[in-house]
Design a protein around this ligand. Structure first.
Ligand code: AMP
Length: 295
């Protein structure tokens, strides 16, 4: 799969600011007490940490510069930091700031106490309609917010979703997101969640996120993504042909299938707009109005 470079934001040398007029703060490792490891990613480790002055609990992501360089993802990381630090939404993981030393880059992230959604889905195999609808509605709201700021996420999938202390979903990974006013051509993300226009590398816009939300909704309800196949080439073909099938088990309501079918439409401009997703009868009947699945 070809991954093309895109335009980069300006390099940032200072930590993103909490608010206008505040004194610029340069963080260092000394500002934090480091706690237990929370997980391990491709480029480093994530630790629970406490900011000493405020006692604020955060997740500190430690990335090794050599590994970032080797994989040529420094620009992608800069873009991720630039975008995520400017987003403020209860269903988007906050990025409070960053700092670095000679060997490492540190990201100061909101702590998502209930961990990865992916693990939860593996444990349950699939979610109830109420749970799935609550998650889909909260993600639709978060994506409406992103699109309003001209940010397309482009990589919505269970692995990129964390769960906060109250059970609220948090979009966590903005590695493939892009700040754009234009239509784009770049191929990125994992094949299973990519819309036809991205696997075919034709121009795409914010409607790609509607497709991915449709794929996610399907996976929440069935436990597997809709176009899964043994070979990449078969997944590719199934996506391009929108080869959408609903298995008989688990039993899923026709209202849920209707919503998925309206999101997984080949022509991006014909997909159900996110605002209409929130008004869909399946969402209205099933999603918890608080936006939090209470179990
Ligand atoms: P990543 O490098 O982002 O893939 O993170 C590696 C793992 O660390 C994840 O799979 C999570 O289990 C955990 N993790 C990352 N960020 C957070 C966070 N903000 N809050 C809680 N756990 C996290």
């Amino acid at each position: 799969m070809a991954i093309a470079a895109e335009t980069q934001p300006e390099d940032q040398h200072k930590a993103p600011q909490e608010g206008a007029g505040e004194e610029k703060k340069r963080w260092t490792l000394n500002d934090f007490d480091i706690g237990k490891p929370l997980g391990r990613g491709k480029f480093g480790h994530v630790y629970l940490a406490r900011e000493k002055r405020s006692n604020h609990i955060v997740a500190l992501k430690v990335l090794f510069k050599t590994q970032l360089k080797q994989s040529q993802v420094e620009h992608q990381l800069r873009r991720e930091v630039e975008i995520q630090s400017h987003l403020r939404h209860s269903n988007i993981l906050r990025l409070y700031g960053y700092f670095y030393d000679q060997k490492r880059v540190y990201l100061i992230l909101e702590y998502a106490a209930k961990g990865e959604l992916y693990k939860e889905l593996q444990k349950c195999k699939y979610f109830s309609e109420r749970r799935a609808a609550t998650y889909v509605a909260s993600l639709a709201r978060a994506l409406i917010y992103c699109h309003g700021k001209h940010v397309i996420h482009r990589d919505i999938k269970p692995e990129n979703l964390l769960v906060g202390a109250q059970g609220e979903l948090k979009i966590a990974d903005f590695g493939w997101s892009v700040h754009t006013f234009n239509r784009r051509r770049t191929m990125c993300g994992t094949l299973d969640y990519l819309p036809p226009e991205m696997v075919e590398s034709v121009e795409h816009d914010a409607n790609v996120d509607i497709w991915s939300l449709g794929v996610l909704c399907y996976e929440f309800l069935y436990g597997v993504p809709p176009f899964e196949a043994k070979e990449h080439s078969d997944t590719y073909r199934r996506i391009v042909q929108v080869d959408l099938k609903f298995p008989p088990k688990p039993i899923v309501s026709s209202a849920a299938k209707d919503l998925i079918s309206q999101m997984l439409v080949k022509d991006g401009s014909q997909r159900l707009p996110l605002i209409k997703v929130l008004e869909h009868p399946w969402i209205i009947q099933n999603a918890d109005p608080s936006g939090v699945f209470k179990g």
